[in-house]
Design a protein around this ligand. Structure first.
Ligand SMILES: Cc1cc2nc3c(=O)[nH]c(=O)nc-3n(C[C@H](O)[C@H](O)[C@H](O)COP(=O)(O)O)c2cc1C
Length: 364
């Protein structure tokens, strides 16, 4: 169980103001504390980050993708990735692989680590994964899906979900067919990133396509893609027929996005009540979680640096701060630089340029 760095009364009251607007919901048998969930992200959605996002209003979280073969070989690094903290309320573990037997064996191991649900990665576009038949390549071999789902389900007690794309390419938009197979094979819900595999991260997520699936769906659907800022999320939340929404990249530059998006009036103002001082408190809590999770100083530094720099995006002098941080090799000095920077910001507002491309690759 992790020990918390307490937030100040001021930050706590800001958080509570938004959290009171969250509507708990169910996906199948599982209850979530809000309709806004953190999407899985490789190299990011580890235990400390997931915990922090739950503290900051994410209704549920999913681990980064974890190899079924790594689990079955007993690879130490892979098994570390399965660990969950008792403080994590609504967490799922995402597995990837292509072989039903291997996925089913890995699912039994993953379940023993105590997640609320398991998820299958069917959206990863990365060549290394799809050439072996995993990730979004699973969407091309539709006939193999029901046997895989059923095989995995037979050894599991917790729900199984899938995360897909709209299809492999624009000529094979088969998400609706996959939803039907999923429903018939005991999958509890489906999350969909509104792009094809071939699009990778180019173009825009096709929300008309996602919404059209809601007309015939027989199981809960989570919409995902390009929900980068609170006003966009809040707008989508009000008009969507999806049961829930998932946010990935938007949470990297704005850790308060799950909270801010809950208030439609606030979110359209395009101004935030969260200032540098609040970000410093968030960084300190992250530091505590990471200290209690990773024993290796280098891993700790790498994790802290990338998140600190993303959190600073859009604040004054963020570029200069970023290069200072990347030139600093000592964790303690990194924390001091971060404290000085965020506290020097006073009441300054954060202005992110959402037209700029931000992270155009990933595993789903
Ligand atoms: C760095 C990065 C890593 C990702 N890793 C995963 C992953 O492990 N599993 C997965 O299903 N999707 C993964 N994704 C995809 C996201 O979950 C999400 O579907 C995609 O980024 C679109 O959502 P967004 O526009 O909110 O970022 C990743 C995305 C990024 C940017």
């Amino acid at each position: 169980m992790k020990i918390l760095t307490p937030f100040s009364l001021e930050l706590t009251s800001k958080i509570e103001k938004f959290q009171s607007l969250a509507k708990p919901m169910n996906l199948g048998k599982i209850g979530f504390s809000s309709r806004l969930l953190l999407a899985p992200m490789a190299g990011i959605c580890n235990l400390p980050y997931r915990l922090l996002m739950e503290d900051l209003g994410a209704g549920g979280t999913v681990s980064e993708l974890i190899s079924c073969h790594g689990i079955n070989y007993g690879n130490q690094k892979t098994l570390e990735m399965l660990k969950i903290d008792p403080m994590e309320k609504n967490v799922g573990i995402q597995l990837f692989g292509e072989d039903s037997e291997a996925m089913a064996r890995a699912a039994e191991v993953a379940e023993s680590y105590g997640p609320k649900f398991l998820d299958i990665n069917m959206g990863c576009p990365v060549s290394k994964v799809v050439t072996k038949g995993g990730g979004s390549a699973l969407m091309r071999e539709v006939k193999n899906l029901a046997p895989m789902f059923e095989k995995m389900r037979s050894g599991m007690k917790i729900p199984l979900s899938i995360k897909i794309r709209t299809g492999w390419d624009s000529n094979s938009l088969n998400a609706a067919e996959i939803l039907k197979i999923a429903h018939e094979s005991g999958i509890e819900w489906v999350a969909i990133h509104g792009r094809t595999r071939n699009q990778q991260y180019t173009g825009l997520a096709d929300w008309d396509f996602i919404e059209s699936l809601n007309e015939t769906k027989k199981l809960p659907l989570i919409g995902n893609g390009d929900l980068h800022h609170p006003f966009g999320v809040s707008e989508r939340l009000q008009k969507t027929n999806c049961d829930a929404l998932m946010i990935a990249r938007g949470a990297l530059r704005n850790p308060f996005i799950f909270l801010e998006s809950l208030d439609p009036n606030y979110a359209t103002q395009k101004r935030s009540i969260f200032i540098g001082k609040d970000y410093w408190e968030v960084v300190q809590r992250l530091h505590t979680y990471i200290t209690q999770t990773f024993t290796e100083e280098r891993a700790h530094l790498v994790q802290m640096r990338k998140l600190i720099v993303w959190f600073a995006a859009g604040f004054p002098h963020a570029a200069a701060f970023r290069s200072q941080i990347f030139n600093c090799q000592v964790l303690e000095d990194t924390m001091k630089l971060t404290e000085d920077y965020f506290l020097s910001l006073g009441e300054s507002q954060k202005f992110i340029n959402y037209d700029e491309v931000f992270m155009s690759s990933g595993h789903g």
